[in-house]
Ligand binder design. Structure first.
Ligand SMILES: Cc1ncc(COP(=O)(O)O)c(C=O)c1O
Ligand SMILES: NCC(=O)CCC(=O)O
Length: 433
């Protein structure tokens, strides 16, 4: 029995007549999966989504990362209720921002000083400004296919949504802004060396997703890669900024930098640390952060920055993530799911490559290893599109793009995984037909 999606169709039609493209973020459209009407959700509870037609789905989209505790987690809901009773926005200093910053620094000691903002975009955008202020230089080295939000400078060779929409280099970005960005392939030290040997004197920062999440999940190829990236930046008088918007608190209670035992100068964060509420944060070395007003000459501000609602929800999220076994559970469940995906693909003669890091993974259609953006682009988009729709029609939600990840959350049950394994077996059978 095909799912009835009549109400989704009606709502999406209504959406398109008032919201541009029917979506508030292009990634939510089905443009890169062969089209179709995006499913309109009515409710989330635990690991499940309920759409406006009453269909139930298991959610591996996790709102593109933040929903590490699933939907309506009681501890999060309670924190929101309590915070709402105390007033959600002060425009003054408040205790919650101090407590939250202390907890983040306790987990990631490199965050000597922190600032809260409202999105990952803002966090990265500001680290760039701070790096420029500190070094007196203008250029930024980024890695092709990494996505760092939608600030002008970051829309050069951007993976994720921009790539999925066919606009990795956005219109509306001035040539002078784009000209400040130097792009090199990920996992390629000689290319970085070459770029820095040409432009090194004018580079303010090398900016990297330490574990990439935006041309799918791609880890550094060697344990020393990130150390080499940082050392090369420093050898040329540049800073190194880690964009940990996806990775912070994703794989363990802390940063990706800690997994590789390295220390970037600045970090950008977002997503998980807000427990589902809007948030971004940046921080790092005290002498660098002191560039920012009121202590220094670089400006960054925000009416909503550090609002008690996001702070107290973030604190509540960290409280749950600290519970023993949380990350082991996500890793174990994702491992089991990936094994089932690989077995189903093999049984049906469908060539796939899966990159998994802990509870996050990407299924690429192709047999070649995916270690950079070019490799990800070379995977089969049409088959991914079919895969996406076959899953959705059987009650499994993942991101509608081959450049994103499945996120197993702390609240996916073993039964969810069992059910997903069954669906996946069926989906690969259908793909092979
Ligand atoms: C690595 C990375 N940096 C920055 C961003 C931008 O964050 P936001 O969408 O909260 O602005 C994202 C995701 O969107 C991301 O994946
Ligand atoms: N990994 C990329 C994103 O999380 C982007 C979400 C969005 O643009 O809606």
């Amino acid at each position: 029995m095909p799912m009835n999606r009549t109400q989704s169709e009606l709502w999406f039609k209504r959406a398109q007549s008032v919201i541009l493209g029917g979506v508030n973020s292009p990634s939510r459209s089905y443009k890169s999966v062969g089209g179709g009407t995006p499913i309109v959700m009515a409710k989330g509870e635990g690991s499940k989504f309920y759409d406006v037609d009453g269909n139930v789905y298991i959610d591996y989209l996790a709102a593109y990362g933040p929903s590490v505790l699933g939907h309506a987690h009681p501890h999060i809901t309670q924190a929101i209720e309590r915070a709402a009773r105390d007033g959600i926005l002060y425009g003054t200093p408040a205790t919650s921002e101090v407590e939250f910053a202390e907890q983040l620094r306790a987990a990631i000691p490199d965050l000597e000083r922190i600032r809260f903002v409202n999105s990952g975009t803002e966090a990265v955008m500001t680290t760039i400004r701070v790096a420029r202020a500190y070094t007196g230089r203008t250029k930024i080295v980024k890695f092709a296919g990494c996505y760092h939000g939608h600030s002008d400078a970051m829309l050069v060779a951007a993976g994720s949504g921009p790539s999925s929409m066919g606009v990795p280099d956005s219109a509306g970005v001035t040539p002078s802004t784009a000209g400040e960005i130097i792009t090199v392939p990920f996992n390629d030290i000689p290319a970085l060396q070459e770029a820095l040997s040409i432009h090194g004197d004018s580079v303010a920062a090398v900016l990297v997703e330490p574990i990439v999440g935006n041309f799918g999940m791609v880890a550094p190829e060697s344990d020393t890669y990130l150390r080499q990236v940082i050392d090369l930046a420093h050898n040329h008088g540049a800073l190194c900024v880690f964009d940990e918007v996806i990775t912070a608190f994703r794989f363990h209670y802390g940063s990706a930098a800690q997994l590789y035992n390295v220390h970037p100068d600045l970090y950008a964060m977002g997503k998980i640390i807000g427990g589902g509420l809007p948030i971004g944060a940046y921080g790092g070395r005290k002498d660098i952060m002191e560039q920012v007003a009121p202590l220094g000459p670089a400006y960054q501000a925000g009416t909503m920055a550090g609002n008690p609602l996001s702070m107290r929800t973030g604190i509540a999220c960290l409280e749950v993530l600290r519970q023993p076994g949380t990350y082991e559970g996500m890793d174990r469940k994702a491992k089991r799911l990936v094994a089932a995906i690989e077995a189903a693909a093999k049984d049906n003669g469908v060539a796939i490559t899966v990159n998994r890091i802990g509870g996050a993974f990407t299924v690429y259609f192709g047999s070649h290893p995916v270690r950079n953006y070019d490799d990800a682009m070379a995977t089969d988009s049409a088959t991914f599109g079919k895969f996406f729709h076959l899953l959705a029609d059987r009650g499994i939600i993942i991101a509608p793009s081959k450049y994103e990840a499945w996120f197993v959350s702390a609240v996916h049950t073993d039964e969810d995984i069992d059910e997903t394994c069954r669906v996946v077996a069926d989906v690969f059978k259908a793909l092979a037909k």
